[in-house]
Design a protein around this ligand. Structure first.
Ligand SMILES: [Zn+2]
Length: 691
């Protein structure tokens, strides 16, 4: 999911910071008018005015705060950060333990899309394997379509003014036509977006299997919480279909059944398995979905297959269906229905899209070890100009992430334009059909980055959005810097970073449904991404960080890591106690404020060396980077590790000056999120010094 809402309405101060997260700003600009349903000009004007006022108020507050440091090392470095050590399931080293287990959900689904009534009816056959040590007396499933019922908890908790996840129209949710378990009618109860199926015989642990068969029907909402829905275009409706079949809740060693309801902001926590599914749709439509199409000969025309074969060998974009094809009714079979058959292996979900209106292009993806995949984009004629590079963006994103992190396992990567502003599913993403240029790049690379978090690394998105959104935003920054010589890499510029450290804000660990809209963007996306950037560029260095981060991904690929597994794994591989950092950055809302306090010379003589005093005024601590410029014209950069702050808020270090120090600047490249930069610079003029 790409974040939008009004989060930038609440910056408290304007600062320069690492450039690599500002790149999402244009996306906000793009999506804002859609979300807020207001004129962009009005909004931007108000936002900048509001930002300026808040900036003024905050800088006054910041200067008032300078009198006294509020830093307490005993608080930041308090012992017992880890409440528990490792166990047989999850080791203290941050990897799955020898007794780690995970349940499995293989699924076969047949579905029919009725375009006259905008309904989907289907049968999901789920083979659920209980690898836990526990016998299970009942099973919990997720019925996400029930979010669109008028009596849903999500409807009840939607603000009057609406918002991104609000429903435009209500549906009946799932109409359950039949529920069977092991071939017999099941005893089940639904509660909002969940369903509990009682088992007559307990499902034994360590490998017991239960077969569920659920016959369902639902009406496709026009706007489905910005994750699915349909868009009317001049050449036909575009259906983007996610959360469309009943899925197992995760049963794990941490909480047992994970049954948080689907309220809108919180995304998904899902089991892995192989999924085969068929979609019956009117013959004139093109259907794309997660995984690999199994029966191209039955559903694609000869021309389409020939062009696809060419695309599979081409680094350049090849058109599969042009605008004139879309306008030509002869270009597709005209009568009856066709059955599209897909298979997606080792996946936590599948999604699909269907339309008569799709123009379609594709190109080859070059994967590590000589493997190949296919990048493809499907969009209406109205998006042709905007989306002409969508496949190029898709191809580069997949190639970059597969090389940096972990192989791409879904072979095909499909980018579908439609109503949804930005949403990820395994091997397929939905992006706004109006998106273009830089915004389309950002949305595309973001949504495909999700193929690694959470599609490969299967964390609990509903509780810990930062484990997918934040990690993804971080790799998006690396990918953006790499794409086409940095075409969309935004240079450092002033922007509101401190909304991430808003004193009224929550913290990264606050679950998404408890976050206020304006804080979710900060705490799920930017702040965790900045945190990883700090770890990589300042605290650990690139080698140690990259190795630790990749190790985490490989250890937990297709598994269910918790935040603690991530923290443990990073510390163990990087060889650094980072509890102080996790505490300040993830569990608290501590802000950083480093300052230069003063410069003295030994015996009053610059040639003998200088004693430079720095101060930590905020509650967070980070290493110090100081650029020291002498009157002889030389500038030296001194780096001090974070441990200088372990015994108090001030630290004096010796610098071998050869001439008078003219200037000391902390964090000269703006790598740290310093809340008050006014006190970072010390300048000497005409024998007097000022800060
Ligand atoms: Zn996202």
């Amino acid at each position: 999911m790409i974040f939008s809402e009004k989060e930038l309405c609440r910056p408290t101060r304007i600062h320069r910071f690492s450039p690599h997260y500002f790149f999402l700003f244009p996306i906000f600009m793009e999506i804002w008018p859609v979300i807020c349903d207001q004129q962009p000009f009005m909004k931007y004007g108000r936002i900048w005015l509001f930002t300026a006022l808040l900036g003024l108020v905050s800088s006054l507050r910041a200067s008032a705060q300078e009198k006294k440091s509020i830093y307490d090392p005993r608080e930041l470095w308090a012992p017992f950060f880890y409440a528990h050590g490792g166990n047989g399931f999850r080791s203290a080293a941050g990897k799955p333990g020898p007794d780690y287990w995970q349940n499995r959900s293989d699924c076969k689904i047949t579905a029919v899309l009725d375009t006259l009534t905008h309904t989907v009816r289907g049968i999901a056959k789920i083979r659920y394997k209980n690898n836990s040590p526990d016998a299970l007396h009942f099973l919990w499933l997720q019925l996400d379509q029930n979010i669109y019922r008028e009596d849903s908890r999500a409807t009840a908790t939607t603000p009057i003014a609406g918002g991104r996840f609000a429903n435009e129209d209500f549906t009946q949710g799932y109409v359950l036509i039949g529920v069977e378990v092991n071939g017999k009618k099941a005893d089940y109860v639904t509660s909002d977006t969940r369903m509990r199926v009682r088992l007559t015989e307990p499902l034994s642990g360590k490998g017991g299997v239960a077969d569920l068969k659920i016959q369902f029907r639902f009406t496709v909402p026009r706007k489905g919480s910005d994750r699915m829905g349909r868009l009317a275009t001049p050449n036909g409706e575009i259906y983007q279909m996610g959360q469309w079949y009943p899925r197992m809740c995760v049963y794990d060693d941490v909480r047992g059944w994970n049954t948080l309801p689907y309220l809108g902001a919180g995304e998904f926590y899902l089991e892995y398995g192989d999924i085969e599914y068929t979609i019956d749709a009117p013959a004139g439509m093109v259907v794309v979905g997660s995984g690999v199409l199994q029966n191209p000969k039955q559903v694609l025309t000869k021309t389409e297959r020939r062009r696809l074969a060419k695309a599979q060998r081409s680094d350049q974009i090849v058109v599969i269906r042009s605008a004139s094809d879309v306008r030509d009714p002869q270009s597709r079979p005209r009568i009856g229905m066709l059955t599209w058959r897909f298979r997606c292996e080792q996946t936590r979900d599948v999604a699909w899209a269907a339309s008569r209106a799709f123009t379609w292009d594709a190109a080859k993806i070059n994967l590590p070890n000589g493997a190949h995949g296919l990048a493809q984009s499907l969009y209406p004629i109205e998006s042709q100009q905007a989306w002409k590079r969508a496949t190029e963006y898709t191809k580069h994103s997949i190639e970059f992430y597969a090389d940096y992190l972990y192989p791409y396992t879904y072979t095909v990567a499909t980018n579908v334009a439609g109503r949804v502003s930005g949403m990820e599913y395994p091997g397929i993403v939905f992006c706004d059909y109006k998106c273009k240029g830089q915004s389309l790049w950002f949305t595309t690379t973001h949504e495909f980055g999700h193929n690694w978090f959470p599609m490969v690394v299967g964390s609990d998105e509903r509780r810990y959005a930062w484990m997918d959104e934040g990690f993804n935003t971080f790799i998006n920054g690396l990918c953006t810097a790499d794409f086409n010589g940095g075409e969309y890499d935004t240079p450092a510029q002033d922007y509101a970073v401190n909304y991430c450290f808003n004193p009224d804000g929550a913290c990264i660990m606050t679950i998404p449904d408890v976050q206020r809209g304006q804080n979710l963007a900060a705490d799920a996306y930017y702040k965790p991404a900045m945190g990883l950037r700090l770890l990589r560029d300042v605290i650990l260095g690139r080698d140690r960080f990259d190795q630790a981060f990749k190790t985490y991904v490989h250890r937990w690929a297709f598994k269910h890591p918790t935040p603690w597994d991530f923290f443990h794994s990073m510390e163990n591989v990087a060889g650094e106690d980072l509890s102080w950092f996790w505490r300040a950055w993830f569990f608290k809302n501590y802000a950083l404020d480093q300052a230069v306090k003063g410069v003295d010379y030994i015996d009053g003589k610059p040639a003998k060396g200088a004693l430079i005093t720095v101060e930590n005024r905020g509650k967070m601590a980070l290493p110090v980077i100081a650029a020291i410029t002498e009157s002889n014209g030389e500038t030296t950069v001194v780096k001090l590790s974070v441990e200088i702050w372990q015994r108090g808020p001030t630290w004096t270090f010796r610098f071998d000056s050869h001439s008078k120090i003219e200037r000391v600047e902390l964090d000269p490249e703006h790598q740290l999120p310093d809340a008050n930069r006014a006190n970072n610079i010390y300048v000497t003029t005409y024998g007097t010094s000022e800060k």
